[in-house]
Design a protein around this ligand. Structure first.
Ligand SMILES: Cc1ncc(COP(=O)(O)O)c(C=O)c1O
Length: 444
């Protein structure tokens, strides 16, 4: 395991998913953020097209108004238990969320991040069935290519071959996978619309095999990160919802990335008219200023449960919830959801010019969440080498631009306050990096 030494040479910091080799090359220490830019300890500025790489910073870096709301609540009441007592910011955040989530979602529970939200959602689904007497329902259906977090229940829904999954195996039992609606490289070798949504239809066969009365929930992001900001084809979500209903399976919609305006709507489920039983949220709920995740559910889900048998010390945390309330107020006041929708169209159009490159397969996106899929052969759609994708990310970083890699694609998810001039600046650098890599591969 790689480590970073502190000033006295005694302490060491363990980084997440960063190899010893990468650390030895030198890790930037980010000391300040302002709007769409961050600055490292050597004085280098970066344009951040990733909202902090893991994409939470919707309202931009370095906001005093949000920081002050956090400080005020910490000074007033920093902590009190989520059990048998409650606090005002948690009640207020639940109230606020009920005005922006689908009408039927009116019950909320707050945790520290997306993994805990997914973990809590799965436990809520399990307890719902348990309390109704369906004690065998524990399996969760996810999709190949999905990512839903790292706690053990969340990890079992991970549909990618990542060492973080394999290192932790064996996982909690109950993982069931169906294919993703990845039309550019259809896992079933079909094409839309002739496929008649085979990837969704196939779920019935899988449910019958697994035993319908053993399945608790289906979890999916409305727009999927795994292959790079991938929206499903029309009809996909209606069919998934119908199949869930037919078998009494709860539908968990994971809005951890998509929520709070990332795709130009409060929640990406609005693009598809999805009616969820449970929603998971995190990231943009507090814009990353403090750790916060949330679960929302319908009355039908919570009503059979007398006592929700779950607790985290920091559940319904007053300071985190106060940050959530203030963050949503900023999103509303500055009309950042509408802005993401409008400026996202400009960003997508600007990026489309990249498709002229021989190695760029497909540029796609919704709102301010965009993906650039690469290939070494546009006819066969052969997968692009991962180390080459990393080269593009690293070239960009050298030029002062932060972009990220997701699966076989590059992903862009800037703060929702981004200006057109900053998009132009970013697209120009991405163009240069792609051209340099293409040349290096002898494919220019
Ligand atoms: C869709 C989705 N769900 C859950 C998670 C887990 O969130 P966290 O990293 O905050 O635990 C992530 C993280 O990226 C995510 O993208």
């Amino acid at each position: 395991m790689a480590k970073l030494s502190g000033k006295n040479g005694k302490s060491s910091l363990i980084l997440c998913r960063t190899s010893r080799g990468v650390i030895e090359k030198g890790i930037p220490i980010i000391i300040k953020g302002e709007g769409t830019r961050v600055f490292d300890s050597e004085g280098k500025a970066y344009l951040d097209l990733t909202s902090g790489v893991t994409r939470p910073v919707h309202v931009g870096h370095g906001r005093k108004d949000l920081a002050e709301a956090v400080g005020k609540q910490a000074a007033e009441l920093a902590y009190f238990t989520p059990m048998h007592f409650t606090n005002q910011p948690a009640i207020e955040l639940a109230d606020t969320l009920s005005t922006i989530t689908p009408d039927t979602v009116s019950n909320f529970f707050f945790v520290c991040d997306g993994s805990e939200a997914v973990e809590s959602a799965m436990k809520l689904a399990k307890q719902h069935h348990f309390c109704r007497g369906e004690k065998h329902r524990f399996k969760v259906i996810s999709r190949r290519g999905a990512y839903h977090g790292v706690t053990l229940l969340a990890l079992r829904a991970m549909g990618t071959v990542l060492s973080m999954k394999h290192t932790m195996e064996p996982l909690t039992p109950g993982s069931v996978f169906v294919e993703s609606p990845y039309c550019y490289r259809c896992p079933l070798h079909l094409s839309y619309p002739n496929c008649e949504l085979a990837c969704a239809r196939d779920m019935r066969r899988i449910i019958e095999f697994e035993g319908p009365d053993h399945i608790s929930a289906f979890i999916g992001e409305p727009i999927q990160q795994g292959f790079g900001a991938l929206a499903p084809p029309p009809g996909y979500w209606e069919l998934i919802r119908k199949i869930c209903e037919d078998y009494g399976i709860l539908l968990i919609i994971d809005e951890v990335i998509c929520g709070f305006g990332r795709t130009g709507r409060w929640f990406a489920l609005e693009h598809f008219g999805i009616k969820p039983d449970i929603i998971t949220m995190a990231k943009g709920i507090s814009s990353g200023y403090v750790p916060l995740g949330a679960v929302g559910c319908t009355d039908d889900v919570i009503d059979p449960i007398d006592t929700f048998e779950h607790i985290h010390t920091y559940a319904n945390h007053p300071v985190s919830c106060a940050a959530g309330v203030k963050n949503i107020e900023i999103l509303k006041q500055e009309k950042l959801i509408e802005r993401a929708s409008e400026i996202g169209v400009y960003f997508l159009e600007s990026l489309k010019s990249l498709e002229e490159h021989s190695i760029v397969a497909e540029v796609r996106g919704t709102g301010l969440w965009l993906g650039i899929d690469f290939t070494v052969n546009k006819k066969t759609r052969e997968v692009f080498p991962l180390d080459r994708l990393w080269n593009i990310v690293n070239r960009a970083q050298e030029k002062g631009l932060i972009i990220k890699l997701m699966g076989q694609a590059l992903e862009l998810a800037p703060p929702l306050i981004i200006e057109k001039s900053e998009i132009d600046e970013g697209v120009k650098i991405i163009q240069e990096c792609v051209a340099e890599e293409e040349k290096d591969m002898g494919l220019a």
